[in-house]
Design a binder for this molecule. Structure first.
Ligand code: ZN
Ligand code: ZN
Length: 297
């Protein structure tokens, strides 16, 4: 008899949540603030971790780590020669060659991971062509939200692109980042990761394995499964939508928590592919949970 299996990337207990932004610029590329100033700004807002990711420039976090309580992660935004790729966790600048496949392989070989940035940026809303994203098997995630695009051409949101990729089993985690260039860009979006220890390695491992959610304000408390039921608890959502393969909304509930129960029928369950939650709060704030993979074995 076929069995429905739900793969939940989140830890059930024994963790704490840490909040951070992985995409910000400084005076080392085209940002307004110095690294020290931007670190102070994020620290003031109670962030737990931060990556400075200047365009094709490596800003060594070890230089600044002694002066902050936040965890500083190594980052670069590989920018010249093609769509922008966020390099996290690899401690050096890489040559921004046009072949993004090779760039991402290099990031992974050096112990880091790659995020595909602001897919819907620019007048043609197509900074990162879909076919190109599909070909980048070694990427870890994409930005479903990028704050700076709010004041630039295109769309800051890219959950549409994400569903298209997930639906063909191209598995990527959702990230939300400020991409701060000016002081006014700070604090629009972040990632909140489950960790069992407060170290850079714990944060990187949590991000790599999808134990985090992306947010522009709403706070998620936990994402649990019980049999065929998926339940999301938040502090402050007003509506929670459960989305499956091809972007189909399977349930929508009002309130701070919501549940979706998978159908017992295995052929109906197989069609789901995955379930992810979008949690909407006041003032247009959203939190995106990672997808829970649905398999029928
Ligand atoms: Zn960029
Ligand atoms: Zn950027």
């Amino acid at each position: 008899m076929a069995v429905i299996q739900i793969t939940n990337p989140y830890l059930p207990d024994g963790y704490r949540w840490l909040k951070g932004n992985l995409h910000t610029h400084t005076t080392n590329s085209d940002g307004e603030l110095s690294p020290a100033a931007i670190i102070t700004e994020y620290e003031k807002r109670d962030y737990d971790f931060l990556a400075i990711s200047d365009h094709d420039t490596y800003v060594d976090p070890h230089l600044y780590q002694p002066h902050t309580r936040m965890i500083l992660l190594p980052g670069v935004e590989v920018s010249a020669g093609g769509p922008h790729v966020l390099q996290i966790g690899a401690e050096q600048r890489l040559e921004p060659i046009a072949d993004r496949r090779q760039v991402i392989d290099e990031i992974v070989a050096r112990g880091g991971f790659a995020v595909l940035n602001h897919p819907n940026w620019e007048r043609h809303f197509n900074h990162f062509p879909q076919e190109q994203m599909q070909s980048l098997d070694a990427a870890t995630g994409l930005e479903v939200y990028n704050g700076v695009i709010e004041r630039l051409e295109g769309n800051a949101l890219a959950a549409d692109r994400w569903d298209r990729l997930l639906s063909i089993n191209h598995w990527l985690w959702a990230f939300a980042n400020d991409d701060a260039h000016l002081a006014g860009d700070i604090g629009k979006a972040w990632n909140v990761v489950q960790v069992t220890g407060q170290t850079s390695q714990a944060v990187l491992e949590g991000l790599r394995h999808g134990r985090f959610y992306a947010s522009t304000g709403v706070k998620v408390c936990d994402v649990r499964t019980d049999g065929l039921q998926i339940t999301v608890h938040t502090n402050d959502a007003q509506r929670i939508r459960f989305v499956s393969r091809w972007g189909i909304i399977r349930a929508s509930t009002d309130g701070t928590q919501g549940s979706y129960r998978l159908p017992d029928d295995t052929s109906l369950a197989r069609e789901l592919g995955y379930i992810r939650a979008e949690c909407y709060g006041a003032g247009g704030q959203v939190a995106w949970t990672q997808p829970l993979k649905i398999d029928v074995m």
